[in-house]
Design a binder for this molecule. Structure first.
Ligand SMILES: [Zn+2]
Length: 174
């Protein structure tokens, strides 16, 4: 899988492939559903970024436990059915690839996958960042995605102060 992606990366083909897999009649990509669209609206205040996204679930990784979900271009691939919390995580990767360029973000995420560091310090760190007005870029790409996944879940449980949510989503709207 990695080799395939590296090859495509070199040829600068991701967008072409993206177009192809979407019109290919046997491809099992789906558009984002209603619940997911609500999440996109909540995070970005518009649905723009969601229109482009295609999701493919229940794919078979080459090795067991190789990954759970990942983003390539604006496609989200998932081994199981995509949960809303994981959708938020992957959505942040889509946003990152829009902001920083898909090749760059793919390399960055790939590098992080060798030593995945999702741990950013938990709720304590989140509060500290809000208090000190810290930029989102203080966290690596994987941690950024994880923060949004976590604050989304806390928000669903109604145990997240509103100002924390407001603080973090403001980074997505610049
Ligand atoms: Zn991730």
């Amino acid at each position: 899988m990695d080799l395939v992606f590296m090859f495509l990366d070199v040829l600068w083909l991701p967008d072409l492939i993206q177009g192809f897999v979407r019109i290919w009649p046997f491809s099992r990509f789906r558009r984002i559903n209603k619940e997911e669209t609500q999440i996109v609206k909540g995070l970005f205040q518009n649905e723009g970024i969601g229109k482009d996204i295609r999701i493919r679930e229940r794919i078979h990784p080459l090795r067991d436990g190789y990954f759970h979900a990942f983003v390539f271009c604006r496609n989200i691939y998932c081994v199981k059915e995509l949960s809303l919390a994981v959708f938020v995580h992957e959505l942040i990767h889509v946003w990152q690839s829009k902001k920083y360029g898909s090749c760059y973000i793919y390399r960055a995420l790939k590098a992080q996958h060798f030593t995945p560091d999702y741990s950013y310090g938990g709720v304590g760190r989140i509060k500290e960042m809000v208090r000190t007005n810290a930029p989102l870029s203080e966290l690596n790409f994987e941690q950024q995605a994880q923060v949004f996944q976590d604050i989304y879940m806390l928000r669903m449980e109604r145990s997240l102060p509103k100002e924390i949510w407001t603080y973090f989503v403001s980074f997505l709207r610049i």
